[in-house]
Design a protein around this ligand. Structure first.
Ligand code: BES
Ligand code: ZN
Length: 608
């Protein structure tokens, strides 16, 4: 090698090292600064027997000058062929890195901006849950749904699995007859005879919002731009519960500007869905455990809808900035709830959130209490604590209090507008605040964002409603009977949130007290998942025999991690409870989604 070519090579090497240094993304091997995916077309066949999605992903690329390779994230994908313009391309899968999976490096041809990857998913793909007919509500047809957030999209689609990259997408999905497919895109409202469904998502989205559900689905309209999908037997209850959806969309627009995703639909999934809701664009995925029959748990819909601005429109650039998605969304959710149901109601929600936050802060490591998280080298799932959600919310509420609602709202509206379809880091947010928000210097933001605990200036939540509930608790502990509590505190007028507060404020109870409370208030019979959860906490604490059957059916009957995690955690605190946890988990585990399974494995252990 002559010295000139040596220096050219050296320079190229240094440059390359700099690029990779500068652009290294925390949970992705993608190098969007070199080649970025602009559009994805999926052509997949849904094979319930093999538990596989089989087909291809065609990626349209934005290539920077001189870029020669495309790097994608994959996890468990079986790749059979990669081509461009009919010619095979060279490709390579890297080492497997625990939750990150394997980097796929594709050597690009000299020119051309499209590659097609033929592949199939593995039956154990973590995003995908394949449900047998028995595991569905109606028990006739199988069901499939995906959960891509945070880094599971790569288990069913080869992609640049980072919230810093956005793409549009289209898809052709073939399903068995009698089933219908829906996605986070334009959706069918009826089944067709071909079993082939086509989709389009014209607005650019990050990979974590890719979503697919397949099942025996029915649709019913809720209003001009909203509707609900579910298994046939669930639809009526779903429509009743979601009565206020159109109102929520209007309230949200009134606050922070136009809804930019055309339709807003909700699908109720089978009860194994591991989350309360997932803000898949145009189609929120929701747990049926919010179908309380009295519309008392619809804050969850306000939350997922709010993500259409905070998260889906302005997106956290990395999972360390997760509070930009969730804190903003809880704040926005609260504002929607306040505008529809009034401040008294939304303050009850705020108080429950503050109590939960304080409890969780007591258990989290100091660094995990900062709003700006540090998740490199960890599973981003670790960031899903009440810090991003509720500490984020109280920080933004503090901003509102300091700046004044009118100015603050105008600022937020401008923020969503300015950064629509872009990704934000915490630092770019702060920069924007400093430059554009009058009074920003009065915000104690460093204490909130880069420090543990709750700052001393944390907002105070005054709720007469829940103060009254506290009096009821005191009276009960002080010796009043359950029926005296019922009459003097008019508990027949209490909402779900009053009951949540009541059950959370009560100390450890005796069997006699459990008997008495249950006889008066029928907690064991409650059909409300939030009340059931709080009651079962006492059932475990007291080892209350008459509640154990309900504990068993609740833990086997639904797979929402928010309910499973605390109950299993409390169970394993005692030797007797541990045995029960193992026994129940051995039956229930097969019905849980991988996300919940992973968490509960860590608490109870993997059954033999
Ligand atoms: N986007 C989240 C769910 C999520 C977060 C999934 C991180 C995977 C990784 C969704 O919007 C959410 O926050 N759901 C909450 C409900 C909400 C009312 C707080 C849930 O599922 O509990
Ligand atoms: Zn959320």
């Amino acid at each position: 090698m002559n010295s000139k070519s040596f220096f050219v090579l050296l320079a190229a090497f240094v440059l390359n090292a700099q690029v990779s240094q500068a652009q290294k993304l925390p949970h992705s091997c993608a190098r969007p600064d070199q080649v970025a995916v602009k559009h994805l077309h999926l052509d997949l066949k849904v094979d319930f027997d093999a538990k596989q999605l089989v087909g291809s992903a065609t990626l349209k690329l934005d290539r920077k000058d001189g870029a020669t390779e495309l790097r994608l994230d994959t996890n468990g994908l079986k790749i059979t062929k990669i081509s461009a313009g009919g010619a095979d391309l060279k490709w390579e899968l890297g080492e497997h890195m625990s939750s990150l999976g394997k980097a796929l490096t594709i050597a690009l041809p000299e020119s051309g901006d499209e590659v097609t990857i033929e592949y199939s998913t593995s039956p154990g793909a973590e995003a995908v849950q394949w449900l047998s007919p028995e595991q569905t509500t109606d028990k006739v047809h199988p069901f499939l749904f995906t959960q891509s957030q945070a880094i599971l999209a790569r288990t069913w689609v080869p992609c640049q699995d980072t919230p810093a990259v956005r793409m549009t997408y289209s898809a052709k999905i073939s399903v068995p007859p009698a089933l219908m497919a829906v996605m986070s895109a334009s959706n069918p409202q009826e089944k067709n005879d071909t079993g082939v469904y086509e989709f389009e998502m014209k607005q650019p989205i990050p990979s974590y919002l890719l979503a697919l559900a397949v099942g025996d689905l029915k649709f019913q309209s809720l209003g001009p731009r909203s509707g609900v999908y579910s298994e046939p037997s669930v639809l009526k209850r779903a429509v009743y519960e979601l009565h206020d959806t159109e109102k929520m969309i209007s309230a949200a627009e009134e606050l922070y500007g136009p809804y930019r995703w055309d339709r807003y639909d909700v699908i109720f999934l089978p009860s194994s869905f591991p989350f309360g809701g997932m803000e898949n664009p145009r189609l929120t995925f929701a747990t049926p455990t919010i179908l309380a029959g009295d519309r008392s748990l619809v804050a969850l819909i306000a939350h997922e809808l709010a993500h259409s601005w905070s998260g889906n429109l302005v997106t956290n650039a990395t999972w360390d900035d997760f509070w930009l998605n969730e804190g903003f969304t809880v704040y926005f959710e609260q504002r929607i709830m306040e505008s529809i149901y009034g401040r008294k109601y939304s303050e009850m929600l705020a108080r429950l959130s503050l109590d939960g936050l304080k409890e969780e802060i007591a258990e989290l490591k100091a660094r995990d209490q900062w709003l700006k998280l540090s998740l490199t080298g960890r599973n981003p799932d670790d960031g899903m604590t009440s810090i991003a959600y509720d500490k984020g919310y109280f920080f933004l509420r503090k901003c509102e209090e300091v700046i004044g609602r009118e100015k603050w709202d105008a600022f937020l509206k401008g923020y969503f507008d300015k950064f629509a379809f872009k990704s934000m880091t915490t630092e770019s947010f702060i920069e924007y605040v400093d430059a554009n928000l009058e009074g920003a210097d009065k915000l104690n933001y460093k204490q909130w964002i880069y420090a543990e605990g709750l700052p001393a200036d944390c907002p105070v939540v005054e709720t007469e409603e829940l103060a009254n509930v506290e009096k009821a608790c005191e009276a009960y502990i002080g010796g009043k009977s359950a029926s005296e509590i019922a009459s003097s505190f008019e508990t027949q007028k209490w909402t779900t949130h009053h009951w949540n507060h009541f059950l959370r404020e009560l100390p450890k109870l005796s069997t006699k007290q459990m008997d008495e409370l249950d006889a008066e208030f029928q907690f064991t019979q409650s059909g409300n998942s939030e009340i059931t959860h709080d009651w079962l906490t006492h059932v475990i604490g007291t080892q209350y025999e008459p509640g154990l059957a309900k504990l068993d059916s609740f833990l086997t009957g639904q797979g929402r991690r928010k309910f499973l995690q605390p109950l299993y955690t409390k169970l394993v605190e005692t030797e007797q409870g541990k045995q029960l946890a193992k026994q129940i988990y051995a039956k229930a585990r097969g019905g849980y989604h991988a996300v919940s399974r992973q968490t509960i494995d860590g608490i109870v252990g993997v059954p033999e």
